[in-house]
Write a protein that binds this ligand. Structure first.
Ligand SMILES: [Zn+2]
Length: 512
């Protein structure tokens, strides 16, 4: 009996479909693969335009249900590991979902094995996909930054302003009434001393809300935002991205002069927390976990008797470490040392490179096999066409002629499609080399990447290396159980190097 299989195809956007990675061509690739392995294809599952969680995709859900219902081994074919799951964790969790239901994964472009090497390769390919995704995100950030530099607000609109499309400008902020007028009055009353505390400003706004039948209440934080937001003065800045203060292309609700007077009044108040560019000063904020309560630490500048101090600290109620501060310089210095300590060994990286290129030759072989396959298919089509042509030649004015002609033209179309697809390989060797080069570069010198990187690079780095977060203990320093899968797998393999070494040396590979 033939091995049973199902096909999964996915496109995340119309763009992909247009670029020729459409659902149909994915399906064709997978069907060809099934045919060459003599699998029976039971069903095809397709997701399009779905991002978000892997397991939330509707067709993927149905696929899992399908596997659940059948008590037999079914092979799930998808055309590229990158479509399967775009991040490493998602990749592994989905894989275990499929395996736990008796499924098995196969792909025309990639061979899966349950050996350590197979797992290793799978992780690397998934990591490369994830890195690419993060870099795409950075592209988006660059575009947003360009908008900001040109004076257009590129984030969510604050209350009281709304976006409208303006020809030649894109989306531009304009006052959103009646809230804009309420805020304007509040800001001016604060400037002129009719309202003097946050509480008074807040009550004023909430009273007005009621008057206008606006069903919401502003918080103290929201109130501070009203008084401090530059956008209301028709200006903008975004220091985290080096976008200095500049006049916006939008209309404000108060003058810049009023804004400055309000800021002066705010500063002369009792607020002595020194909030300069906090994000740049604390790149580890949002990544440090308190080992005593498992919560993220925060960071800030605070004023001592004579100078300002920069600290990370836990602020969780009830935590024994609450408000115990860690000096920012020391934390950063220790982190750099820690990176030096935990970076993957050089021989592991050489191994990684070696394995990747093994995978490459595998892939190439598979691709050439699929080319041979297509050649065979084309030959078969040509034979059929010839047969039909012969028959047409023998017929005289028969209605059958028309039918044969139709068949011939359908075969020609099929032939064209196969030729087109064979010439179209999706991942060039150069592309993989570039992506792998980046991965290796980070793994080789994580510390340099950390120190030299921008704030955005640092975020990507933390995710790439530590899966986002890391514990910091005042006494014992950094520790983590949460390396990203790629680093973890390098370490796992390092632990079992002995057996690997034998194997690799058997293939004429020398460890340094
Ligand atoms: Zn804590």
């Amino acid at each position: 009996m033939k091995q049973k299989s199902i096909i999964y195809a996915r496109v995340s956007s119309n763009m992909q479909a247009k670029e020729g990675h459409g659902l149909d061509s994915q399906e064709t690739m997978c069907r060809k693969y099934a045919e060459s392995n003599d699998y029976n294809v039971l069903k095809v599952f397709k997701d399009s335009g779905v991002s978000g969680g892997v397991i939330d995709r509707p067709a993927m859900k149905k696929l899992l249900e399908f596997l659940e219902e059948r008590d037999e081994e079914i092979i799930v074919i998808f055309d590229d590991i990158k479509r399967f799951a775009r991040d490493v964790m998602g990749h592994f969790s989905l894989k275990s979902e499929i395996y736990s239901r008796g499924g098995r994964i196969e792909s025309p472009t990639h061979k899966f094995e349950d050996s350590p090497e197979g797992r290793f390769v799978e992780t690397i390919l998934a990591s490369v996909g994830e890195l690419e995704r993060n870099q795409n995100r950075r592209q988006v950030i660059r575009r947003q930054k360009a908008r900001l530099l040109n004076g257009y607000w590129a984030f969510k609109n604050p209350r009281g302003l709304k976006f409208v499309k303006k020809p030649g400008h894109g989306k531009v902020l304009i006052p959103d009434e009646p809230v804009a007028s309420i805020f304007k009055e509040a800001i001016i009353k604060y400037r002129d001393g009719y309202l003097n505390t946050f509480k008074e400003v807040r009550e004023f706004i909430n009273k007005k809300y009621k008057l206008y039948d606006i069903d919401e209440r502003i918080s103290i934080k929201g109130t501070v935002g009203v008084l401090k937001n530059l956008l209301y003065a028709g200006y903008l800045e975004h220091k985290a991205w080096d976008v200095d203060l500049r006049k916006g292309k939008h209309e404000g609700i108060v003058t810049y002069d009023t804004y400055l007077q309000v800021q002066k009044k705010l500063e002369s108040g009792s607020f002595d927390t020194f909030r300069k560019d906090i994000k740049e000063d604390f790149p580890l904020r949002g990544h440090l976990l308190c080992p005593y309560c498992d919560n993220l630490m925060t960071a800030c500048w605070s004023k001592g008797c004579s100078k300002y101090y920069a600290n990370y600290y836990c602020y969780q109620k009830g935590c024994e470490c609450r408000y115990k501060v860690c000096n920012q310089d020391k934390v950063h210095e220790k982190f750099e040392k820690y990176l030096e300590k935990v970076k993957p060994k050089k021989n592991m990286l050489i191994l990684l490179e070696k394995v990747i290129f093994d995978v490459w030759s595998d892939r190439k072989e598979q691709e050439s096999r699929s080319k041979i396959n297509s050649k065979m298919l084309i030959k078969r089509i040509d034979d059929k066409i010839e047969t039909y042509m012969e028959r047409i030649g023998k017929l005289n004015n028969s209605p059958l002629i028309k039918q044969y002609e139709q068949k011939v033209s359908a075969l020609l179309e099929e032939k064209e499609k196969i030729t087109e697809e064979t010439g179209n390989l999706k991942y060039t060797e150069e592309e993989l080399r570039t992506a792998l080069g980046q991965v290796l570069d980070i793994l080789k010198s994580p510390c340099r990447h950390w120190v030299d990187g921008t704030l955005e690079d640092k975020k990507i780095f933390m995710k790439f290396f530590f899966d986002g977060n890391i514990y910091y203990d005042l006494k014992s320093g950094f520790r983590t159980k949460r390396y990203s899968p790629i680093v973890r797998i390098l370490k796992d393999i390092d632990d079992s190097t002995l057996s690997m070494e034998k194997k690799v040396q058997g293939e004429r590979f020398e460890l340094p």
